[in-house]
Write a protein that binds this ligand. Structure first.
Ligand SMILES: Cc1cc2nc3c(=O)[nH]c(=O)nc-3n(C[C@H](O)[C@H](O)[C@H](O)COP(=O)(O)OP(=O)(O)OC[C@H]3O[C@@H](n4cnc5c(N)ncnc54)[C@H](O)[C@@H]3O)c2cc1C
Length: 391
């Protein structure tokens, strides 16, 4: 009979670790070490100064975290659970670093691998896995990201080339990128264009005044008669299913990533509440603070189980976009609620960057918005339940 005396890990109450293979545990441990040793010492300063810590890219690449799910092309060929664990550990550090890896892996390397020509794969994937080439993904436009059908960026044929005109908004890695995967409307429907960022007519302008994801580069992209050769078009996909399939990959990773942010916040308040003495006792010894922290642990546990099951379905090839929407919605809501409540348990100290919750809280405002807002995911689930499109 199982003993009920052992101490549970407050950040893993249901012992998710016990569900992981040896390889998955190794991946988690190596990324956790990297985050503890390399990320946590620099991330607060990077966030405060609004800059992406580029010096971390080589370490991320050496660990095989870029395009980790791709088999071949110098990529690690890890499974979906491992990708989730990578996102979780990175986001325990900061959502900005996890966003960098998500965009590179799920939004640029994945579509090149899934829909690209052999030349495109050879050209980009090994360099991107080594972190020597950086990608960004341009889908959102200034007039409204939730409605990509209404795409105004246009690509017109001109002999063997295409001419692109339009603008993209809120593009992660935009000013870091060597290649921008720009989705544009053509006479045949939406196509993906690999635009090298030194092409005349292409400009990226960094968005400087963010209160969220400050340790991440976010940009507006402008395309003014940008000439792209036909061999830079992704040949394997036409229509919105191209970008949407990339979003499914990235949203899956986000469902894991935000668990890491929530764990960091719970960890902080568990420590703080032991030492903060008010009314003659540590606040950890009060019922309401215990209830709030118990609720955090409960919500983290349910999110972990959701992502684990989702990951097993991904690896079995049965995961659907609606199931991803449930997890992205639930887990982002879980994480942002925990970060806000953790900020409050810290009292005035909670607004200081010395403590992690306020940084995670601010970051999660972006994470709950990008890759489909909460409302968008709710409407995806509503459509699945009713068969009626209410967008
Ligand atoms: C930091 C950051 C990084 C990003 N990185 C990228 C990137 O790398 N690449 C990329 O392409 N995009 C990126 N995005 C864009 C992101 O995906 C969009 O911001 C998001 O999809 C929402 O689009 P929007 O901002 O235009 O809001 P809108 O679409 O204008 O939505 C405004 C509000 O309307 C609500 N709404 C929308 N439709 C409905 C409806 N039918 N019924 C009820 N309410 C509705 C939304 O939920 C939201 O609350 C990023 C955004 C941020 C903040």
């Amino acid at each position: 009979m199982a003993s009920n005396k052992r101490n549970l890990n407050p950040l893993d109450l249901y012992d998710i670790r016990d569900e992981l293979s040896e390889e998955e545990c190794m991946v988690q441990d190596s990324v956790a070490r990297f985050v503890d040793d390399q990320v946590l010492p620099v991330i607060q300063e990077a966030f405060e100064n609004h800059h992406f810590p580029k010096e971390l890219i080589s370490g991320v690449a050496e660990l095989g975290l870029l395009g980790s799910s791709i088999d071949g092309y110098d990529c690690a060929g890890l499974n979906g659970i491992s990708y989730g664990l990578i996102c979780q550990e990175l986001e325990r550090g900061d959502s900005g670093l996890r966003s960098f890896v998500s965009v590179q892996s799920s939004l640029v390397m994945f579509p090149i691998h899934a829909y690209g020509s052999e030349e495109q794969k050879q050209r980009w994937l090994p360099a991107m896995a080594r972190g020597e080439a950086i990608g960004c993904f341009g889908l959102t436009e200034p007039h409204g990201g939730s409605d990509p059908v209404n795409m105004k960026t246009l690509a017109k044929r001109d002999g063997d080339d295409w001419i692109l005109n339009g603008a993209k908004m809120w593009i992660t890695n935009g000013n870091l990128a060597d290649v921008a995967l720009v989705w544009a409307m053509t006479d045949e429907g939406v196509r993906g264009f690999l635009v090298e960022t030194d092409t005349p007519g292409f400009t990226a302008q960094e968005i400087e005044n963010k209160f969220s994801l400050r340790a991440s580069v976010t940009s507006a992209l402008f395309l003014d008669n940008v000439r792209v050769p036909n061999e830079n078009v992704l040949p394997g996909v036409t229509g919105l299913k191209g970008p949407l399939s990339c979003l499914t990959q990235a949203r899956y990773g986000i469902s894991w990533g935000v668990i890491g942010a929530a764990q960091a916040c719970l960890n902080e308040v568990l420590e703080y509440s032991k030492d903060r003495v008010l009314f003659g006792r540590p606040i950890a010894n009060t019922q309401t603070v215990q209830i709030r922290m118990a609720d955090m642990a409960r919500r983290i546990t349910t999110a972990q189980l959701l992502s684990l099951r989702l990951g097993r379905m991904k690896d079995a090839g049965t995961m659907t976009p609606t199931q991803v929407s449930v997890a992205k919605w639930n887990n982002c809501r879980m994480a942002i609620d925990i970060a806000r409540d953790a900020r409050d348990i810290l009292g005035g100290a909670g607004i200081s960057a010395e403590y992690v919750p306020v940084r995670h809280m601010l970051n999660l405002e972006s994470v709950i918005t990008y890759e489909g807002t909460e409302t968008v995911h709710q409407l995806v689930v509503g459509k699945e339940l009713t068969g009626v499109n209410a967008f």
